[in-house]
Design a protein around this ligand. Structure first.
Ligand code: GRF
Length: 205
């Protein structure tokens, strides 16, 4: 039996290792999905070069070329729609989404954040956790709303903080967990039945 593949759009601003993990999971058949387009707001993002070498559709839309967040988001939404995107994955995309964007893909936008939310939202989450002295941190995949690192949680993986850790050690240990966590979250959302009760994402099967 063949199932239709879900079309994904991935947004990034930098390295793109989570994007690569999602692309590979699509290619291997682990995810019942295909990456229709990658969008970056930065031309110099390493993820852009990787995507283009791979022959994946990629658009660069620098936010400075637009008059404000709404206009920029509208342009991205147009690109995603044109590519037939059904789900959007933020993968190191360093911009807050406007209501224009969030409404266009209501409860169909995912983000990954390198902490166990709601602890340490915002920039440098790994350094925040390291500086706070927590024993455990990790990563969180969540649905995206208009608040920073805030929407309903889909999946989390805990990672220990070891006493000799530098911030870089911790970043690396978390990143290794981010890739499978993102793929696992996406796979479940695409394959299982689920609903939202307030902030709680409930699996129905
Ligand atoms: C990751 O740590 C992710 O959790 C955060 O930004 C970083 C992006 O890394 N949102 P990469 O571009 O996916 O390698």
């Amino acid at each position: 039996m063949t199932h239709k593949l879900t079309s994904l759009g991935i947004l990034l601003s930098g390295r793109g290792s989570n994007m690569q993990a999602i692309v590979r999971a699509c290619e291997s058949g682990e995810l019942p999905a295909t990456v229709a387009i990658v969008v970056s707001n930065r031309i110099d993002a390493a993820g852009v070069a990787w995507t283009r070498e791979r022959g994946i559709e990629c658009r660069v839309l620098p936010h400075r070329d637009y008059e404000g967040r709404d206009a920029h988001d509208r342009a991205i939404v147009d690109e995603l729609r044109e590519a037939g995107v059904e789900w959007v994955c933020l993968a190191g995309y360093m911009r807050l989404l406007s209501p224009v964007f969030v409404t266009a893909f209501h409860n169909r936008i995912l983000n990954i954040h390198p902490s166990l939310l709601p602890s340490f939202p915002g920039l440098d989450a790994q350094a925040q956790a390291h500086g706070h002295g927590v024993r455990w941190t990790g990563c969180t995949v969540h649905l995206v709303d208009t608040e920073l690192d805030h929407g309903p949680i889909v999946e989390q993986t805990a990672v220990p903080v070891l006493s000799g850790d530098t911030v870089e050690d911790l970043e690396h240990r978390i990143l290794l967990e981010e890739h499978p966590t993102y793929v696992r979250a996406l796979k479940q959302l695409l394959q299982r039945r689920w609903t939202l009760q307030g902030r709680r994402l409930i699996w129905l099967d």
